[in-house]
Design a protein around this ligand. Structure first.
Ligand code: ANZ
Length: 818
């Protein structure tokens, strides 16, 4: 065996072996337990970054481990191929997004292969392939039929430079996150999927996901934002329709001093017509951010509208204002303002000289708040509230709700913060939304037989606009029954649509329908792995889509992902590794310099998967040195030939017994770390320790050789999910005919693990006078007797009768003499 480790040859040989033997091709096998391990698929941006390498190594280690445990393991890979960066690159480099994307995919696929990930490449999906998105288009038309999608005008954040609609999260300080352009508000017709119809179920479902991090479930709960409150109608003093508001604090009803409406509220829009001051204010609001976090901190601005409503209990007249802190998208777009008990209302009242009326007093023992400096927002006991005085807040909730219901002025309502999912994007590089316009304003679905609506890929960019607008062949959707021309929709889907069901398509990537029966064999995903940045939107949309597919009869389960692991970020010098910070390390260079196994080993050794990983060049070198030592250890060890060992029939030396114990303790620890705790770093540390023991061991007889072989074979087996290439080769070097990839995971032998002998120090009057070897289960009496029988101990005891013998279990015996 070559005494030197040459990672490049070792790795390409292992990869060739897996390829030739189709090692990672899997099919459904009802006889075997399945394990579906999925890492979030990448956007094909050009090259892999360290975050990808970390994510995919974690998934690969889990997959390979599960396979060695006998499971039928599916680990697929694909490409989240639509999206904005391809268009930006197209504009910059004058290359069509399709070509740019496919070239990137080819390059990155090569990188993934070089890293030795155990993917079934026959299942590769690129979401920009019509064979993929056609089923998404079909599914959309099904949802349209079921009234689970609809089209309506809505206000969007418009980025005038990127020519696109932005999500609230993409608006930073009023500017587009990519372009930096000042964001405008626009109202345009948009397609929505009715995720709110599933809000309650999506919330409840979180309780049935013990395999998800608590933090992610909390984020989803907050995002769904269920709140129980009362819808209250305040009659107008003039002839107009009553003003409806939603409040979670009906107990504060007697403290209302004004009403506040969103700038986009229909009543405000009506009044602004012919009122230039108001119209200007509305304009100003429309330019600002609608993100809630921004709303809470911005300066509270508003104007009185000159209309009044009546208090539903007292009939008192209340002024109505327009205010910039009220969101049109939540509740009814109007609030009853209680400045004494709501901080935003308090700030607004202060700024505009409106009264503050306390109606809630702190409950006994609670801290009081000075209403001159801030609102008192806790629950408490009602005061200044007429018939409701003295009630606790929760009692008042019910009493006031009942009172209002009796007058037909209100009813209890559950509200969700979650909004319907807007899936229209005014972009070219996405899956075309399969509808046709006949000019009547009620678009129709493209018939199933005409799908897919294929996105033309040979396009030319003129500025930032959607090139589809200049392509008559695409726009022409034929004619309707009466011969009127139909025009194709040019909006494309939000790319979250594609990533909401790719995990299911991997089960049957060649099916001639959206999903076939194979999906039910593989789903749900047993282990999903990805970044915490997807904790909310992607995971929520996928959970939603899974239920839509369930209700279409395509899958049988409720949830798509049983266990979720959110890997930590890769940092360098304490900062997130990212292009924009210019602190990236290119995985490619490392692979070329040290080999994939070194990169994989470093990634798994440097930190547990959920924690951040601090990049360290010396850590990479350390990982490489370890692999070189391991190679040499196998090359120079005398291990005989593989075969069954009859351990019971072998009399082992003390050193061999100790090494064998270490081997089995290591197997035990690594199995637990890898299967249950996912702490690959401590697993690796344990294997390294075992290697140290092995290198100190000098075999003298046949028993020793057998123990040495067992130790080295265990090292190779335990490391094989982490550094599969070197282990592939070393396993053959150890004389095996079958590849390590097809071996079973080793089992710890509890008899071998048990300590048979322990060493104790023996002291006489506190000074160590001897070392004692006793059986681990020796009774105390025997230990005392053995200590006293020791020659050197007898010399110091010198015939005296011990006053006391103190025994510290497994450590020492102290003999006290006068
Ligand atoms: C009166 C009140 C008094 C309120 C009080 C709070 C405290 P959650 O819990 O998130 O559902 N609200 C309702 N619609 C709003 C909108 N469109 N824009 C801004 N704020 C709105 O929040 C419900 C509370 O948020 C409601 O209860 C309302 O203020 C406000 F001492 O009504 B509350």
């Amino acid at each position: 065996m070559d005494p030197h480790y040459h990672p490049q040859t070792v790795e390409s040989e292992a990869q060739e072996y897996w390829e030739d033997n189709r090692s990672f091709h899997v099919t459904e096998d009802p006889e075997r337990e399945k394990f579906y391990c999925l890492s979030m698929f990448p956007y094909p941006s050009g090259r892999l970054h360290m975050g990808h390498v970390r994510n995919y190594t974690i998934g690969d280690v889990i997959s390979r481990y599960q396979r060695m445990c006998g499971r039928n393991v599916l680990q697929p890979m694909g490409w989240d191929a639509f999206g904005l960066p391809a268009e930006n690159a197209a504009m910059k480099n004058k290359v069509a997004p399709a070509r740019w994307t496919r070239e990137n995919i080819d390059y990155m696929r090569g990188q993934l292969r070089q890293l030795g990930f155990a993917y079934d490449w026959r299942r590769e999906i690129a979401t920009c392939d019509p064979d993929y998105y056609r089923w998404e288009q079909w599914f959309f038309t099904r949802l349209l039929e079921k009234d689970l999608v609809y089209r309506r005008e809505s206000t969007v954040n418009w980025d005038p430079v990127d020519q696109t609609v932005l999500a609230n999260e993409q608006v930073i300080d009023g500017r587009g996150w990519r372009s930096g352009a000042l964001v405008e508000k626009r109202r345009i017709p948009q397609w929505f999927v009715r995720i709110t119809a599933y809000a309650e179920e999506l919330l409840q479902g979180l309780d049935d996901l013990p395999g998800w991090p608590a933090q992610v479930k909390t984020m989803q709960r907050n995002w769904i934002g269920r709140s129980r409150g009362v819808l209250i109608r305040f009659p107008r003093t003039d002839a107009g329709e009553a003003l409806e508001i939603f409040t979670t604090r009906p107990d504060t009803l007697m403290g209302v001093t004004y009403m506040a409406l969103a700038a986009q509220h229909p009543l405000v829009e009506a009044l602004a017509d012919g009122n230039s001051e108001l119209a200007a204010f509305v304009d100003e609001c429309n330019r600002g951010s609608t993100a809630e976090a921004d709303m809470a901190v911005m300066e509270k601005k508003g104007l009185p509208l000159g209309i009044r409503v009546r208090h539903p209990v007292t009939d008192e007249e209340i002024p109505v204002w327009v205010a910039n802190f009220v969101l049109m998208e939540y509740g009814t777009g109007a609030v009853m303002s209680v400045p004494a008990h709501d901080q935003r209302d308090w700030e607004f009242a202060r700024a505009h000289g409106l009264p503050v009326r306390q109606v809630i007093a702190p409950a006994a023992g609670d801290r009081a708040v000075d209403l001159e400096t801030e609102a008192f927002t806790e629950a408490g006991v009602l005061v200044n509230s007429g018939p409701f005085d003295g009630l606790a807040s929760d009692e008042a909730f019910d009493a006031i709700a009942t009172h209002l219901a009796a007058k037909n002025l209100g009813e209890v309502q559950v509200n969700f913060r979650l909004r319907d999912w807007g899936v229209s994007r005014q972009r070219y590089w996405g899956a075309p939304i399969p509808v046709l316009h006949d000019g009547s304003g009620s678009p129709r679905a493209v018939p199933a037989g005409d799908l897919p609506v294929t996105l033309p890929e040979d396009v030319h960019y003129e500025g930032g606009a959607n090139p589809l607008h200049g392509m008559p062949a695409f726009l022409d959707g034929g004619t309707d029954e009466q011969g009127r021309p139909l025009r194709r929709e040019t909006d494309t889907f939000d790319t979250f649509m594609e990533s909401s069901w790719y995990y299911a398509r991997f089960a049957c990537p060649d099916a001639d329908r959206m999903l076939d029966g194979r999906a039910n064999y593989w789903l749900p995903v047993d282990q999903y792995i990805g970044g915490i940045e997807h904790a909310i939107l992607h995971l929520l949309y996928a959970r939603f889509f899974h239920r839509l597919m369930r209700d279409e009869g395509l899958v049988e389960t409720d949830e798509p992902f049983t266990n979720l692991l959110t890997q930590g970020m890769v940092l360098k010098d304490g900062a997130k590794m990212s292009k924009s910070k210019g602190n990236t390390v290119d995985p490619q260079e490392l692979i070329e310099q040290y080999g994939a196994d070194t990169v994989r080993l470093f990634m798994m050794f440097a930190a547990p998967p959920e924690q951040t990983l601090e990049w360290s060049d010396s850590g990479v070198e350390g990982a490489h040195r370890f692999l070189r030592r391991l190679w040499k250890l196998v090359a120079t060890s005398e291990t005989g030939q593989p075969g069954e060992t009859d351990w019971a029939g072998l009399a082992l030396s003390a050193a061999a017994t100790a090494l064998r114990r270490k081997t089995h303790q290591t197997i035990d620890k690594v199995s637990d770390d890898v299967s249950r705790r996912y702490t690959f770093n401590t697993a690796i540390a344990a294997v390294m320790e075992l290697c140290n023991e092995v290198s100190r061991f000098e075999p003298a007889d046949a028993g020793d050789t057998a123990v040495l072989r067992e130790a080295l074979e265990s090292v190779v087996l335990l490391l094989s999910p982490i550094t599969p290439h070197i282990c592939h080769r070393l396993w053959f070097e150890l004389g095996h005919a079958r590849a390590v990839i097809d071996q079973d995971w080793p089992r710890a032998d509890s008899a071998a693990m048990r300590e048979t002998e322990i060493r104790l120090a023996v002291q006489v009057n506190g000074k160590v006078r001897a070392q004692l070897e006793v059986a681990a289960d020796a009774p105390e009496e025997d230990i005392r007797a053995a200590a006293l029988a020791d020659e050197n101990v007898q010399r110091f005891v010198a015939g005296r009768t011990p006053k006391k013998i103190i025994l510290v279990p497994r450590k020492l015996v102290n003999i006290v003499v006068a």
